[in-house]
Design a protein around this ligand. Structure first.
Ligand code: 2BA
Length: 109
């Protein structure tokens, strides 16, 4: 058993969840925040058999797009000071950041 942790952009999340559901995969959606941009993204936890990992990654690759975003500053986590750039900086976000981890034990009670 494997757990895929997929961090995707909010813009792609509905289409990805629809596609995973259509294909019969179970998952949990978490509303998350990127540490660099401090803006919302979506993390999906997808528990699956090892032989299905590639199929899920294929779906994620097909659905999730890269997008360029210009930022002029990195918002502070909680205070009023942050890091400011004199020029807008372009960052390319996504398609998706994917971790595949082993699951020692999986049990539903
Ligand atoms: P954020 O941390 O908000 O990062 C958004 C985008 O900003 C990143 O896109 C990358 O292009 C850029 N970026 C991130 N850190 C940077 C830095 N120190 N300097 C310059 N540019 C930087 P992605 O790489 O596609 O990442 C999208 C989201 O995936 C991230 O949002 C974060 O939530 C997650 N992520 C990426 N790598 C991760 C990792 N190693 N561990 C955990 N989460 C990760």
């Amino acid at each position: 058993m494997k757990l895929i942790i997929a961090i995707v952009q909010d813009e792609d999340s509905h289409k990805l969840m629809n596609k995973l559901t259509e294909e019969g995969f179970s998952f949990t959606k978490l509303a998350t925040t990127g540490g660099f941009l401090r803006s919302g993204n979506t993390t999906l936890l997808i528990g699956i058999e090892e032989d299905k990992v590639d199929a899920v990654i294929d779906i994620i690759e097909r659905v999730c797009k890269t997008r360029d975003q210009y930022i002029t500053s990195v918002p502070p986590a909680g205070g009023t000071t942050g890091m400011f750039y004199s020029q807008p900086v372009e960052v390319t976000i996504g398609g998706a950041t994917i971790f595949v981890v082993d699951v020692d034990r999986f049990k539903k009670v």
